[in-house]
Write a protein that binds this ligand. Structure first.
Ligand SMILES: NC(=O)c1ccc[n+]([C@@H]2O[C@H](COP(=O)([O-])OP(=O)(O)OC[C@H]3O[C@@H](n4cnc5c(N)ncnc54)[C@H](O)[C@@H]3O)[C@@H](O)[C@H]2O)c1
Ligand SMILES: CC(C)[C@H](C(=O)O)[C@@H](O)C(=O)O
Ligand SMILES: [Mg+2]
Length: 356
């Protein structure tokens, strides 16, 4: 198959991990006889430096013409420490999600057996945990009206959802539940927020079309607790943009590290595949970032955008083999990991390629 992929590496460790992701794509093309062509595009701080704009028009044009996008990360400490900055790297990511209509962000939480010990949660509560989050990605407080009032001492971000936005993400989540363990948990704050009461109402309506799916509703605070207490109780979780952002960083500790969580941002057109982690200023340039979230994002791209199930399985299997051989990046190593098995970004990438 011929596929055209736009690589948007972005900032910080985005550059380092995306290099490995692309190498894996090349290896898959070679092994399975596909032809992948690539283009690169700018976003975030890198784009601001080059053009003054975190999301140049050219990036949107190239992305729209692609079969899929491999995304790294955006962010720079310069903006994190300057709340008054008007132009910010994160606007690039939010902008591309909106421009491409990527309203569903799938975040699988899958614990590789070998990483049971890497998690901060006790192994006996974890084994077999397998959750698929559907995070709504183009609505909520992220995109509601925002601003400052009066003398600048009052600020607001409007939390807003429309029926169609909730319905389309709910349908995707229920469809996925039907292919899994047929359990769906919808997370909101309907005891307080009106937008959450609409969310719950719509999810209840959609549920009527899926009588086989066992549905529960949890408040965000309780869901955050249950995720740590008993992660195995969850199958598919559907939630809004902000709650989904926070819950999935929390859930990364089930999988062992932020460096293990991939995601697929999809809608009605092309798909964008992104690790859930950011540009990680604290480790940028040190060559120690875990590239497996990017490699797992490639696996999601192969399966979801290209329908290449065997190829996706080959990638996940290669990671499994590397972990079984004992190799770890620093974030998933522990006190018992022999020093010679703790690898940097590039060396971990080489191990994965060797198993492919
Ligand atoms: N999707 C994105 O592009 C995205 C996501 C989150 C944060 N950000 C941005 O990234 C910048 C840094 O944010 P942050 O530090 O809060 O979050 P972060 O996700 O960048 O890092 C959080 C922690 O996880 C570690 N970590 C993250 N990815 C890792 C990997 N692959 N391997 C090993 N360790 C890893 C980091 O070293 C850090 O200690 C900010 O500017 C933020 O806005 C971007
Ligand atoms: C960088 C930021 C805009 C982004 C988000 O909040 O969606 C990030 O945290 C993520 O999870 O992809
Ligand atoms: Mg996040």
């Amino acid at each position: 198959m011929k596929k055209h992929i736009v690589v948007i590496a972005g900032d910080g460790i985005g550059q380092e991990v995306t290099t490995v992701g692309k190498q894996v794509l090349d290896r898959i093309a070679e092994r399975f006889g596909h032809e992948f062509t690539y283009d690169e595009a700018l976003i975030g701080h890198a784009a601001i430096e080059a053009t003054g704009n975190p999301l140049p028009e050219e990036t949107i044009t190239k992305s729209k013409q692609s079969d899929a996008i491999l995304f790294g990360a955006v962010g720079h400490p310069k903006y994190d420490n300057d709340p008054s900055a008007k132009v910010r790297p994160e606007q690039g990511l939010l902008g591309i999600r909106k421009a491409l209509g990527l309203y569903a962000n799938l975040r699988p939480i899958k614990l590789f057996d070998e990483l049971l010990q890497a998690s901060s949660i006790k192994p006996e509560f974890l084994q077999g945990a397998d959750i698929l989050f559907f995070r709504e990605l183009t609505g909520d407080v992220y995109f509601g009206e925002k601003g400052r009032r009066d003398d600048g001492n009052t600020a607001y971000d409007l939390m807003i959802y429309s029926r169609y936005e909730v319905e389309r993400i709910a349908v995707k989540a229920f469809d996925a539940a039907m292919t899994r363990r047929k359990k769906l948990c919808s997370v909101d704050k309907a005891n307080v927020l009106e937008s959450s009461r609409l969310w719950r109402e719509v999810v209840q309506d959609v549920a009527k079309r899926y009588p086989e799916v066992e549905v529960e509703h949890q408040f965000i605070d309780t869901a955050a607790m249950l995720l740590i207490k008993d992660p195995r109780r969850f199958d598919v979780v559907v939630t809004g943009n902000l709650f989904g952002d926070i819950l999935t960083d929390e859930a990364s500790q089930i999988a062992g590290s932020m460096g293990m969580l991939a995601s697929a941002s999809i809608g009605d057109t092309t798909g964008l595949y992104e690790p859930i982690h950011g540009s990680a200023h604290d480790i940028t340039g040190k060559g120690v970032a875990n590239p497996l979230a990017s490699v797992l994002s490639v696996a999601l791209m192969l399966e979801i955008s290209f329908g290449m199930k065997a190829e996706a399985e080959a990638v996940v299997d290669a990671i499994d083999q590397v972990l079984k051989a004992g190799f770890r990046t620093r974030d998933i190593a522990n006190a018992n990991t022999p020093a010679d098995l703790i690898l940097g970004t590039e060396a971990m990438g080489k191990q994965v390629l060797s198993k492919l």
